[in-house]
Structures are given as C-alpha cells and as structure tokens.
Design a protein. Structure first.
Length: 69
C-alpha cells in the first residue's frame, strides 16, 4: 500500500487527518455549533406554536362559559 492510499482526509475541508476518522476537530465544532443554532430555532418555533394553540383553546373556553343563557 502506498502512503497516498493510507492518508486520510477530512470529508468536509480536505485537511490531512492523523487521529480522527472522518472529520477534523474544526469541522466537528462547526457542525456542532450549526446544529445547536438550528435546534434552538426549531424548538423556539415549536414552543411558540404550542403556546398559540393553548391561548386559542383558552379563549374558546372562556367565551363558552361567559355567555349566560
């Protein structure tokens, strides 16, 4: 086997790897930070949708109870 066949490179940036298997540390950190931001946005939208649904249900319940017939 040649040295060319043995050398491993990062799948994202192409940097020569010594210990890591697929991604260099810089790319792992970049992916983790990007994933954290995306997770925060998604969870924020989910909580906003739940609270809007809850407020809508509360308003419907109060309008039914407040009408004295």
């Amino acid at each position: 086997m040649n040295a060319i066949e043995k050398e491993r490179r990062c799948k994202s940036c192409g940097k020569l790897l010594i210990d890591e298997k697929t991604f260099c540390r810089r790319c792992k950190l970049k992916m983790r930070n990007t994933g954290g931001k995306a997770g925060g946005i998604i969870s924020g939208l989910f909580v906003a949708a739940l609270s809007a649904n809850s407020l809508a249900n509360d308003r419907e319940g109060k309008s039914d109870v407040s009408s004295p017939d």
